[in-house]
Design a protein around this ligand. Sequence first.
Ligand code: ATP
Length: 455
Amino acid sequence: MKLEMEKLIAHLKSQGFVFQGSEIYGGLANSWDYGPLGAELKSKLKKMWWDFFVKRNPYNIGLDTSIILNSNVWKASGHLGNFNDPLIDCKECKSRWRADKLIEEKFTDMNVGGWKNEELENFIKEKDIKCPKCGACNFTNIRQFALMFKTNQGVVEDEGSTVYLRPETAQGIFTQYKNSQRALRKKLPFGIGQIGKSFRNEITPGNFIFRTREFEQMELEFFFSPDDTTDWFEYWLEKVQQFLLEKVQLKKDNFILREHDKEELAHYAKRTVDIEFKFPFGTGELWGIAHRSDFDLKQHQEHSGQDLTYLDPATNQKYLANVIEPSVGVERLILAILCQSYKEEQLENGERIVMELPYALAPYSIAIMPLQKQQKEQAFNLFEDLLQEFDATFDETGNIGKRYRRQDAIGTPFCITIDFDTETDQSVTVRNRDTMEQERIKIEDLKDYLNNKLK
Ligand code: ATP
């Protein structure tokens, strides 16, 4: 059964995962806040990425750079001149659209990333693509719309004080590449990872948290010698898939790999593969892996006048490193996880909504419940003890069936119930979210049992 986005959004709101931004003031278009459970899920996902790509990888290190950078960074990177989207206006209802997305939303198996404006305009006319708002096919020509948010730094608002909110975290990495390499005495090959907010004044944000104007990215820039014969692109493409399949536990059938053809490839890129997830509203980019050659370091070397070459201690040669960049949006990955996890199940005694989140990402790993009021104190003591080691919640309201449903709905893998017999047999009932099976476990064995299951 196809998941309806409206249902998912309503569920995530009611359970405290995602709220509309500024809701009490009528909201702010396409902005979303993460509630207590969403914040927990997000933080676990980011930690999972950081662990996998930064801490447990033998080559990599991490970094945390500013959102606002010297504007010359954006000149050098090309963002100031070229970071635009093709904007088209409907002459009838005055609504504004991204021309490439108008086409791709109508012809879902097409990708027009590399097309010129004229080609986009002609295709829209030829295929009689209509304005999604009013149904007319009467558009203006395409204009380029700059995506960077502009603001001013300091007390004087003049051209010299103009700064931009970063549209990607990657450039912060390039600007601190040399400092990081020197300080940590890194030899090529090595990578630098960063997680942080990025901002893009998107023409048509939407599809819930898929495309927003404020979002977070998890980016890795992996630097290597141009003479290195290892296929680092394949290495990172494999690693990303391993992360998706084993850590995030996306099902293989739910995503595809799409290789960019020559037309779509940026002029400096040697190869790009997008991992696209099958969202309920269509297939969309989740993770981009790009071979960026030495483009970024070359640009920054030119514009900054600083030497960004690497002196190879083995050959005594100086060169600019090449770069592979795997880049993913936190919220897009969360959306993929949520879409895959949300299930409505028909049971003998009614129905349940269950979020089959990977154990490691569930906001709570366990919920502790007294069967009746009489066991509350005993249950609370156990809760306090387990809380030191596990992400736990305490739930005492409603009948036990309702409490199980509540925990299913937020994806808690195990419920632990303290009942009449606990006092005498020093055991509790542990219920599994996915199988709904129950087991009687001795309290003294409980931590080992849970550690084992949650591993
Ligand atoms: P799109 O074609 O969807 O606009 P892009 O190719 O511009 O994406 P990149 O610049 O490659 O995206 O950014 C890397 C990653 O950052 C994307 O794969 C996506 O996961 C995430 N991302 C980019 N833009 C947004 C956005 N507006 N909202 C949420 N996530 C985003």
